[in-house]
Design a protein around this ligand. Structure first.
Ligand SMILES: [Fe+2]
Length: 271
């Protein structure tokens, strides 16, 4: 087994992993160790990687089977399981706190980002521990959230969604607002404010107000790791117990290109 060196990056979450070349095959014990490291630290950073699309897909599969991404217009033509995050093809940075693809029955266990072109300043990615957020809520609110579920779909306000994506991924999917991590066993708050059409039993308006209020109260610096990108970084985000957001605070004359892979996880459940 490759000796892993794991160094925490923030008191609440995030760790740098040294000793792994993601371009090379990864043996079974190392895969197991990385899966547990992700469940423990919720965001893993691998520095100075140099990957072809095929190598990147092979490395990502350590965390689960790569799955199709909606908004397929942004996928790499020859490698459609890799999405391109790039403002020059018309995308806006996802600056709202969220977890990915909650409109899927089995949403991604992890989102993996590879820094291919990095602006000279800004353009970071922040990750918040929803495990810590859950623990910090008052007991009565935890009990309330434990009983709530959301219905999720593709965002209706977008004009660039392909019809095929809308048909495949636009059906309502119900998820608990608190989920148990399948590896770690702990609970975390789980919702996507713009993919959730509503909370079961609440109007869309009241649902949005409550989710916004929750985000305002939950997201504090103590539970946020802000990743400052270097070219060659691979950032693995555990979607089962975090939310993340992009920072659009960079010069648009510079290029910022991240390759994104999402890997399939379990159906969220509260046990
Ligand atoms: Fe995202």
């Amino acid at each position: 087994m490759t000796p892993l060196k794991i160094t925490p990056l923030h008191p609440a979450l995030g760790a740098e992993v040294a000793g792994v070349d993601l371009a090379a095959p990864i043996d079974a014990p190392t895969r197991e160790a990385l899966s547990h490291a992700l469940a423990d630290h919720l965001a893993l950073v691998f520095r100075e990687q140099s990957l072809t699309p095929a190598q990147y897909l092979a490395a990502a599969s350590v965390f689960g089977p790569p799955m199709e991404q909606h908004y397929s217009q942004h996928n790499m033509p020859d490698f459609p399981l890799i999405g391109l995050i790039w403002h020059r093809n018309g995308q806006q940075p996802a600056e709202q706190w969220h977890t990915d693809h909650t409109n899927r029955e089995r949403p991604p266990a992890a989102t993996i980002l590879y820094g291919v072109e990095i602006p000279s300043a800004g353009g970071g990615t922040s990750v918040a521990s929803m495990r810590a957020a859950y623990v910090a809520l008052a007991e009565d609110e935890r009990r309330r959230l434990d009983g709530l579920t959301t219905f999720n779909s593709l965002e209706s306000g977008r004009t660039d969604t392909r019809e095929t994506d809308q048909e495949k991924y636009g059906k309502p999917i119900q998820h608990p607002m608190v989920r148990t991590h399948p590896v770690h066993g702990s609970r975390a708050v789980y919702f996507h404010i713009t993919k959730a059409t509503h909370i079961d039993g609440m109007t869309p308006e009241a649902s949005r107000v409550y989710m916004n209020d929750l985000l305002d109260r939950m997201i504090r610096p103590e539970i946020v790791y802000r990743h400052v990108w270097r070219k060659g970084d691979v950032l693995v985000i555990d979607n089962r117990a975090t939310m993340h957001r992009a920072h659009g605070d960079y010069d648009r004359r510079e290029s910022r290109v991240l390759w994104r892979i999402i890997v399939e996880g379990d159906r969220p459940r509260l046990v």
